[in-house]
Ligand binder design. Structure first.
Ligand code: ZN
Length: 86
């Protein structure tokens, strides 16, 4: 893996580790990227809000399907053309 992750690396990684602690060197690289990238900051902000939304409702855990839907939804908000292709 490259030293500097791209936005899509960051997005993918966040989704894969949504409910894990982010302490690996890879995660630190992601965090460094996010701190300097408005695209990723927007994504992260949306993600936090969406997770907060899910937590307010009696959904015990994100299933794989709802995670995929969440990811698609957030992608559309940030990069509609790319999400349409996915
Ligand atoms: Zn980025």
């Amino acid at each position: 893996m490259k030293t500097t992750p791209t936005c899509s690396d960051v997005f993918k990684h966040i989704c894969e580790n949504l409910d894990k602690e982010l302490h690996s060197p890879q995660c630190r690289a992601m965090k460094r990227h996010m701190e300097g990238c408005s695209n990723c900051m927007t994504y992260l902000d949306s993600l936090k809000k969406t997770i907060g939304f899910y937590r307010e409702y009696p959904i015990p855990r994100l299933t794989r399907a709802s995670r995929k839907r969440l990811d698609t939804m957030l992608m559309m908000r940030i990069n509609p053309r790319r999400a349409a292709k996915a």
